[in-house]
Design a protein around this ligand. Structure first.
Ligand code: ADP
Ligand code: MG
Length: 824
């Protein structure tokens, strides 16, 4: 612990002997001094001694740049002071580690969290943040940008993480790389130059030693750290020339108040330009101390206790300034539960409105037509199809309108199941509507349904957009296709037949439920490939006086947690099994150098009669630029790579008619290769397409890559998916590895959710997700708990009228008023 001046004396003597040419020590005198003073400074306990070091420029010597004469003068000066320095050192008392033990006591909490702060008379928790002391009119817009307008918003403005500065160490115990805290005395702090920039350098010490501290780019700090004050420093130390140095630690003077920047779990808030971490921490701390205790806990106490949740004020306070990791976790659990619980209550309320405000139509599901239909299928339904159909039939039998989401991969056989349900509707004397996202898909459905029905029944009418089958029902079963493509007179004719009830099943796009089409007795609406059959579509149906059963189908695998959250108002059926005999699509991730062999592979496949998709590189700027890039790529491919083959192009700037036209030609085999932008959803069924090439594949999410891949592998031939990736990031590489290995869409969706989070899972805009700050959708157990508690509460008191649910009703209204815009 004491400074050894001997090496310094020896080297300086040697330097004199060698006539000041800086050859006394290898590497030069300056370097030697850095090392020696670095070690010496660690044991300095007196500010005076340190001052001497500075005055003599021992800490920042510049011997190398001095003239010979200056060198001589400087060394003489040091010699002159050496005895004095040694004197200081000799008088210093020995310091031992604290008697109690090796570890220092933890940093004490100076003041209890609960503060009886004064409230401004008219101020409430919903007052603007501008009513807070310290929030100027200049500061308010910066908070607004972060979504913080009121005091309540600020209470709910949670840190994205905490730094663990709770581990206090003595200086002699500091280790590199760890986050740790010391309480030390400031020996000296001064402005300095660090790597050419102005900064602050300090020497601080405790009873075990001293350490150097530097703050880059912060020269003003020096003035805030007067000599002999107690300071708390939290951060990491690194090794510099063999010595420990604290680099830009958080700091705080040890005064008679609670620590907020150091010595504890310290919150890190999301920041916007012009907001400083220390400023935000201080402000939030004040608000938490004064206001958290005034937040009313809206959860019924009995529920809160059953679920073992913290009280709300406590949870809010601990979410910001937790006493421990455990307290922080407890706070997160409570706040995450609130988000999910309110969300579930909201969607359940919506479902109830949908189901109970108007009675639906109970179908007769014990109809022989179903058995006939199933017995004429050329295959057996898979177990998963049977289960889904069973769930649907159970709903259709009830007087409450069904509200169900049917999920299943492309090719899992959803259409068959939906067709069965439509038959039941017709057999019960109701009409069914089958809506596809595009006209070409509507046509495809019409053809498929026709094929299935003509096996079971006897086709008596077979026109382009109207078919009838006898032998299935007591009357001929009539199916119509209604799309924009057909001529006006014919369209009116079909509309008339729908109105008179002579058409049982009508297939078209979402335009079916819009103004022009009037039904006679609509009983079931099947909606294919739409993520959200939203409130507005339903009210459009209701305005026509119907409250039909609704079956929404999607091939986008949605993890269960997300499905329960996004579509909590729908019941969920999943076809998680493909019909037997399906081949896996061989998937391979390729480097750019392999592009030519990928093209050669496509050429060979085309020679064997197959067709291929090429997905253009993703260009993010805009759809127009995207389209332009696609046109260029199409030209390059047609002219330079495949001049002898037939190529087609499809992009988002083309009209629906143009797109349909190209897809028709591709399906009819008139094109060998379809070049497409990634944004165009080609849900089209082309069994002969066996190759998919995706450019810049690392830029897509797993679910989207899986969707691309789903366009091939629909026929008998072995299909292939080639993924080109230029320079994938680590996450990108992980995705590509996963998709090479995993064929199952649900498993991929779970991985996607894990890798990207729910916001990006669908694209933020589409997700319609309310702001979940604390809840993670990977938190299945908590989500299930919130859902079951919401259902339980709903059973007891659906309108939340009981006095003990009064606060909850208020909170629900508040949260959903915010969310409503996104949700409708
Ligand atoms: P989805 O709508 O889910 O993409 P489809 O209903 O269009 O799937 O079915 C895809 C193909 O698989 C169709 O040709 C259909 O006839 C066939 N299919 C459906 N169910 C089965 C099954 N259980 N066994 C064999 N083939 C089936
Ligand atoms: Mg389909």
């Amino acid at each position: 612990m004491s400074i050894n001046f001997e090496p310094l004396r020896k080297i300086l003597e040697l330097e004199c002997e060698k006539s000041y040419v800086d050859s006394a020590v290898i590497g030069g005198l300056d370097r030697f001094l850095r090392r020696w003073t670095g070690r010496a400074v660690e044991s300095i306990t007196s500010p005076q001694l340190l001052n001497h070091f500075h005055r003599l420029r021992l800490l920042d010597s510049n011997y190398a740049s001095l003239t010979k004469q200056q060198r001589k003068e400087w060394i003489n000066k040091v010699f002159a002071f050496l005895p004095e320095l040694e004197q200081f050192e000799a008088e210093k008392g020995e310091v031992k580690l604290s008697e109690e033990g090796i570890m220092p006591p933890p940093v004490a909490s100076r003041r209890p969290l609960r503060a009886g702060g004064q409230k401004v008379a008219s101020q409430s928790i919903d007052s603007s943040v501008t009513t807070l002391k310290g929030v100027s009119t200049a500061l308010a817009p910066k908070f607004n940008r972060l979504g913080v307008k009121t005091i309540r918003d600020l209470l709910y403005f949670f840190p994205h993480r905490h730094l663990d500065y709770s581990r206090r160490k003595y200086i002699s115990q500091l280790t590199e790389g760890e986050e740790q805290t010391i309480i030390a005395n400031v020996w000296q702090a001064q402005e300095t130059r660090l790597g050419g920039r102005r900064g602050t350098e300090a020497i601080v010490g405790d009873e075990t030693g001293n350490v150097r501290v530097v703050w880059f780019n912060n020269p003003y700090l020096a003035k805030k750290l007067p000599t002999n004050t107690q300071v708390v420093l939290s951060g990491r130390v690194s090794l510099f020339g063999g010595r420990h140095v604290f680099e830009s630690p958080e700091w705080e003077l040890l005064e008679d108040r609670e620590l907020i920047h150091t010595g504890r779990l310290v919150p890190l808030y999301p920041l916007t330009q012009g907001l400083h971490p220390r400023q935000v921490r201080k402000l939030v701390k004040g608000v938490v101390d004064q206001w958290a205790w005034q937040v009313e806990d809206f959860l019924p106490p009995e529920l809160r206790q059953r679920c073992n949740l913290l009280e709300l004020p406590q949870a809010i306070a601990q979410a910001h300034y937790p006493e421990s990791e455990a307290a922080k976790d407890g706070a997160r659990l409570r706040l995450a539960f609130d988000e999910l619980f309110l969300l579930q209550l909201g969607v359940l309320g919506r479902k109830r409105d949908w189901q109970e405000s108007q009675p639906g139509s109970p179908f007769n599901v014990k109809t022989s037509v179903l058995d006939t239909f199933l017995s004429f299928l050329p295959f057996e339904l898979t177990l998963a199809q049977q289960r889904a159909l069973g769930e649907i039939l159970a709903d259709l039998e009830k007087p409450r309108p069904m509200s169900r989401l049917l999920q299943g991969e492309v090719g899992s056989g959803k259409t068959v199941v939906a067709t069965a349900a439509l038959l039941v509707a017709a057999a019960s004397g109701y009409q069914g509507a089958f809506m596809a996202p595009t006209e070409i898909l509507a046509e495809q459905h019409f053809t498929n349904v026709g094929q299935i029905l003509s096996r079971a029944g006897h086709q008596v009418v077979g026109e382009d957009n109207l078919c009838s089958y006898s032998g299935l029902l007591s009357h001929p079963l009539t199916v119509a296709l209604l799309i924009g493509d057909i001529n006006q007179a014919r369209k009116q004719e079909i509309q008339q037949l729908i109105l008179s009830g002579d058409i049982d099943i009508v297939i078209g796009t979402h335009a079916l439920i819009q103004k022009e089409v009037e039904f006679h007795r609509l009983g079931l609406a099947v909606v294919d490939e739409q993520h959200r059959f939203g409130v507005s579509q339903r009210s459009a149906l209701r305005q026509k006086g119907f409250n039909p059963h609704v079956l929404v189908m999607t091939a986008t695998p949605i993890p269960r947690t997300l499905a329960l959250t996004l579509y909590g108002d729908l019941d969920l059926s999943v076809i998680d099994q493909l019909p037997p005999g399906r081949q896996a699509v061989k998937t391979k991730w390729l480097k750019p150098a392999q592009r030519d062999s990928a093209y050669a592979f496509i050429r060979r496949q085309v020679a064997e009669g197959r067709q291929a998709f090429i997905i253009c590189p993703l260009v993010e700027e805009s759809e127009a630029i995207q389209a332009k890039a696609a046109v260029a790529e199409y030209q390059r491919l047609s002219e330079e790579v495949f001049p002898d083959l037939r190529l087609g192009l499809i992009h988002g700037r083309m009209s629906a008619v143009e797109k349909d036209e190209v897809m028709h030609r591709f399906r009819a085999g008139e094109l060998d290769i379809l070049v497409s932008t990634p944004v165009v959803e080609v849900g089209i069924d082309v069994p002969n397409a066996a190759v998919m090439l995706v450019e810049s594949a690392d830029r897509f999410g797993l679910s989207q890559l899986h969707q691309f891949r789903g366009r091939v592998g629909r026929g008998q031939e072995q299909s292939y998916c080639m993924l080109l990736a230029e320079n994938p990031s680590e996450v990108g590489r992980e995705r590509l590895d996963l998709i090479e290995k995993i064929q199952d869409g649900f498993q991929l969706a779970e991985e996607d959710l894990r890798l990207r989070g729910p916001g990006e899972f669908f694209g933020t805009r589409q997700s319609g997700l309310p702001d979940l700050r604390m809840a993670k959708l990977s938190d299945v157990a908590l989500l299930e708990l919130a859902r079951s508690e919401a259902i339980r509460l709903f059973d007891k008191d659906p309108a939340l009228e009981k006095p003990e649910h009064h606060l909850l009703a208020k909170e629900l209204a508040r949260v959903w008023r915010h969310g409503e815009a996104e949700w409708s």
